[in-house]
Design a protein around this ligand. Structure first.
Ligand SMILES: [Zn+2]
Length: 75
């Protein structure tokens, strides 16, 4: 028997940026003149929360419920 459980949206702290609204990203750039690679840390707006630091979380879970019968399981 399948049952659908829907959880209404609730506000939660964004886990991608820990509520700060921005994420640090390492960007590797190659210098045109010297051909050297260097790693820079760029700060950009968190794509998950759009910079607000909060997200709404909702869930739609499908539960598959079956009768448990030990005898059937053993065979
Ligand atoms: Zn975020």
């Amino acid at each position: 028997m399948k049952r659908n459980v829907t959880k209404s949206p609730k506000i939660a702290l964004c886990r991608a940026c820990h509520g700060t609204g921005s994420v640090q990203k390492e960007v590797e750039t190659i210098s045109r003149f010297f051909g050297r690679r260097k790693t820079e840390t760029a700060v950009e707006t968190c794509p998950q929360c759009g910079g607000s630091g909060r997200v709404t979380v909702s869930a739609n879970i499908e539960l598959d419920i079956r009768p448990y019968n030990p005898k059937v399981q053993e065979e």
